[in-house]
Design a protein. Structure first.
Length: 537
């Protein structure tokens, strides 16, 4: 069996060396094709960890229950446009808001746009945009968010009027952009750090570039392949993006060192450059393949994880390692065969230059005292592992705040300032009843009082006090019988109703806060927005 494996690597080595130019051309062609045909990995990254929860998760079941109020799961999402002016909105501002509503309705995938609420200080207004996309589909969400932001500059807004996007979808898109920037910074830092180490090891800029180049191209190809997987339903987290960079650059450089050092040894042993590459690939190819295959199989075991966040790490990272192995066994030896001894410039590689070196002497001493070496290693690594005992998980909610300086951060801040009972990322508590709530609203009132008394929430906004003014259950039933469902009423009281402004504002779409759908439910359910006084777990 071993003989047949050796023969296989001998055949691969002969083909790679003989068709070295073709190998290089095929790899470069693959880079061009995947870069132009497949989406980038960054466009498919989802920073909302809730997207990785299984259908059996309690929060997923709750989302299904809340679908009549919050929109059908996977088919619709909501974005809030916050319009503000210091000192109060003017008549000209109201006309601009009307133009913004008209412009937003023309954005692709937008189902509806409506004025939702005006703050009690008169300085801000909310517009709710319902879009026909999955809120977890970051690529589609990014397109809609960008298109909505583009309407702000086209409505001829008066000077001083500010428009921002807010809410979970806008925050998700802003966090994805921030994650992509961080990923690029990590990639650049990793490459510079590895180049520095390779220059220190080889003392040759050419050898450093040759060793790192396959890793860089493998990373470029892998990100596009994984991006295509994301476009076809595989969920990609920002952790996948980070781990892929570290894994491919680290493992690829490691495998490259094996081959490059072995080629240098063969050259110093007197072989020609082509023979040196062939012999080196046969000697280390099996070890590299076994190492990469072990990593791939280990990553694929994540498919058995019940938690989707970990399960969805397996295939993308395994694909990256497979691409890295292919380029490590083809492109790197092809480059070494093309360059020959020039790969180690400015050093001159000549026959008979073999020498032990410092690390050879260190290795010899360690091997002579294996017991001491093992003991010292155990002490060092156990000391490092001891730090894990003090680790505690901080939760799994993902980033709920938009990055500083983003449009979503400004929108969420304006939402919190002018609509203090609203939050851009509320806990939506949904209660289902067997009969319409307006027939016996005391049940909802009792539930809301119980929640408030629990001490677990800093703010509650329910169907009886969404605007800051409070209705009694009897008033709610009476107003429902007289005016109909509140989510069908305008935020401005129509003439002739003769309902006190505070009472109308508490029943109609609220003026200082709003539920996700712009009013309490007219179905057999009731909503309640809550801000927790304790950190989420």
């Amino acid at each position: 069996m071993r003989f047949s494996v050796t023969r296989a690597y001998e055949g691969l080595a002969r083909l790679v060396v003989r068709f070295r130019w073709l190998v290089l051309a095929l790899v470069l062609a693959a880079v061009v094709i995947v870069s132009s045909a497949f989406p980038s990995l960054g466009s498919e990254v989802n920073n909302n960890n809730s997207a990785f929860l299984p259908a059996s998760a309690p929060s997923t079941k709750a989302a299904t229950l809340a679908a009549p109020l919050l929109g059908t799961e996977g088919r619709s999402a909501q974005i809030v446009i916050v319009v503000t002016r210091a000192g109060g909105l003017t008549a000209a501002d109201e006309r601009a808001i009307a133009r913004e509503i008209a412009a937003a309705r023309n954005v692709p995938d937008v189902d509806s746009v409506r004025a939702l609420a005006v703050s009690t200080d008169g300085e801000a207004a909310q517009l709710r945009v319902r879009v026909a996309i999955n809120g977890f589909d970051v690529a589609s969400a990014k397109t809609v968010v960008n298109n909505l932001q583009g309407t702000f500059s086209r409505i001829d807004a008066p000077a001083g009027l500010q428009l921002h996007l807010a809410g979970e979808v806008a925050t998700l898109v802003a966090n994805q952009a921030s994650s992509n920037r961080a990923s690029k910074q990590l990639q650049l830092f990793s490459i510079l750090f590895i180049v520095f180490l390779l220059l220190f090891v080889f003392r040759s800029p050419v050898a450093a570039v040759v060793t790192l180049l396959p890793s860089g191209l493998a990373l470029l190809i892998s990100t596009r392949l994984i991006g295509e997987l994301g476009a076809h339903g595989v969920k990609i987290s920002d952790i996948t993006q980070v781990l892929l960079i570290v894994l491919l650059l680290g493992a690829g450089t490691d495998y490259g060192l094996f081959l490059v050092f072995r080629v240098r040894e063969e050259l110093r042993a007197g072989r020609t450059p082509h023979d040196a590459v062939r012999h080196a690939l046969v000697r280390v190819g099996e070890s590299i393949s076994a190492s990469a295959a072990t990593v791939v199989l280990a990553l694929l075991t994540l498919l058995f994880a019940s938690f989707g966040f970990y399960k969805d790490l397996g295939v993308p990272l395994a694909v990256g390692m497979a691409v890295m192995l292919i380029l490590g066994l083809t492109l790197l030896p092809a480059l070494l065969a093309l360059l020959g001894t020039k790969a180690f410039w400015p050093a001159k590689i000549a026959s008979g230059q073999q020498r032990e070196g410092t690390w050879g002497r260190v290795a010899a001493r360690l091997v002579r005292r294996p017991g001491w070496t093992l003991g010292l290693g155990l002490v060092v690594f156990l000391a490092l592992a001891a730090g894990a005992f003090g680790y505690s998980s901080s939760g799994f909610g993902g980033a709920t705040n938009a990055p500083t300086g983003s449009d979503a951060a400004a929108g969420n801040a304006a939402l919190a300032k002018h609509f203090p009972q609203t939050t851009s990322n509320p806990s939506n508590l949904v209660f289902a009843y067997s009969s319409p709530v307006w027939e016996d609203p005391t049940e909802v009132s009792t539930a809301q009082a119980s929640l408030r008394a629990s001490g677990r929430f800093t703010a509650l906004a329910g169907p009886f006090n969404g605007s800051g003014s409070t209705l009694t259950p009897a008033q709610y039933s009476e107003l429902h019988a007289r005016l109909g469902p509140p989510n069908r009423l305008s935020i401005i009281e129509p003439a002739g109703l003769n309902v006190p402004a505070a009472t109308y504002g508490a029943f109609a779409p609220p003026r200082s806060s709003s539920p996700p759908t712009g009013g309490s439910s007219s179905s057999r359910q009731a909503w309640c927005l809550a801000r927790s006084s304790q950190p989420r777990r």
